[in-house]
Design a protein around this ligand. Structure first.
Ligand SMILES: [Zn+2]
Length: 312
């Protein structure tokens, strides 16, 4: 087990919602906090609420021209402005100027980004990779203090790939993916959980800033390892839907031979993978256009060193 990681206190923190304009818990909460910003204040940190995609949030759609949460790659952020740029590309560059620039010393310390999913993901904490001790300890703090939520950690970035999400602009980032909640709908139970999880994260940052030491730990993570498209007919149309026995079974181990799709004629289609795997984001509405029926994740145990604030 490695020693202790020492970090500077986190003073510049943003809470982003409406990154996808039809994921309503984040839209409602951020609009609320814009009027009641004191609720994001702690002794050592005052988090700033940010409505990431105002145009999409106003229209109640995921995005206006392009998925904002795929626009924060270094390629897009560093490209010169063009009159043909989609709205979200311009907005990503604006957020990068506001909270970044990504990868620079001036970047915000942390961005918390609020999302909802139509999948039965429960309370899912999303990190880009597992190397950041602050992000991992924030997850552990949430898991320890809210065990009845059964929060899980999902790692979205594959090794060697560039990051693309809004929270990658800051030095640390956490995504919060809560579901199931339909697009364009806000459910009180999901909203309350999201509010509680964000409050807990701010408490964690406050404790860290005040000098609390967080001991080393081990935890399970779910790391993205692939994706499965719907079966399609020769004209490209979806020819089978998520099987009832797979629906809502996010984070339940899927074995080869388990049924995953059902054709409109009633024929069941089994999983043909070679080994058991964890399906996540099953039947996520926003992924139909991305040709994803569900995502595959491997459960990987990781060791995280102790964490403490740097004292100069
Ligand atoms: Zn989202």
């Amino acid at each position: 087990m490695p020693g202790t990681v020492y970090v500077d206190p986190l003073h510049r923190v943003a809470v982003a919602g409406g990154t996808h304009g039809n994921e309503m818990s984040g839209v409602f909460l951020v609009k609320h906090w814009l009027k009641h910003s004191s609720q994001l204040e702690r002794d050592t940190v005052s988090a700033v609420p940010l409505l990431s995609n105002p145009k999409a949030s106003e229209k109640g759609v995921r995005y206006y021209e392009k998925d904002l949460n795929r626009c924060f790659t270094l390629d897009i952020l560093s490209a010169p402005d063009s009159p043909d740029d989609p709205y979200e590309v311009l907005r990503a560059k604006e957020i990068n100027r506001l909270l970044g620039p990504r990868g620079s010393a001036n970047a915000y310390d942390m961005i918390l980004d609020l999302h909802n999913t139509t999948s039965n993901m429960g309370v899912c904490l999303i990190v880009s990779r597992v190397h950041n001790a602050v992000e991992m300890h924030a997850c552990q703090y949430i898991q320890t203090h809210l065990p009845h939520y059964n929060p899980r950690i999902y790692v979205y970035a594959k090794p060697g790939t560039d990051l693309y999400s809004v929270d990658s602009v800051a030095k640390c980032g956490l995504g919060f993916e809560l579901g199931p909640q339909p697009q364009g709908v806000v459910r009180a139970d999901i909203l309350q959980k999201m509010k509680t999880v964000i409050e807990m994260t701010l408490d964690f940052i406050n404790h860290l800033n005040k000098g609390m030491e967080f001991p080393a730990f081990e935890t399970d993570t779910y790391q993205c390892s692939g994706q499965v498209d719907f079966p399609r007919s020769s004209d490209g149309e979806i020819s089978a839907v998520i099987h009832p026995s797979l629906q809502d079974k996010d984070f339940s181990l899927l074995h080869p031979g388990d049924l995953i799709f059902l054709t409109l004629d009633g024929q069941s289609i089994p999983y043909s993978g070679e080994k058991p795997i964890y399906p996540v984001f099953i039947n996520e509405a926003a992924y139909y256009e991305k040709k994803i029926a569900f995502i595959l994740a491997e459960k990987i145990r990781v060791s995280v060193p102790a964490l403490r604030r740097q004292t100069h």
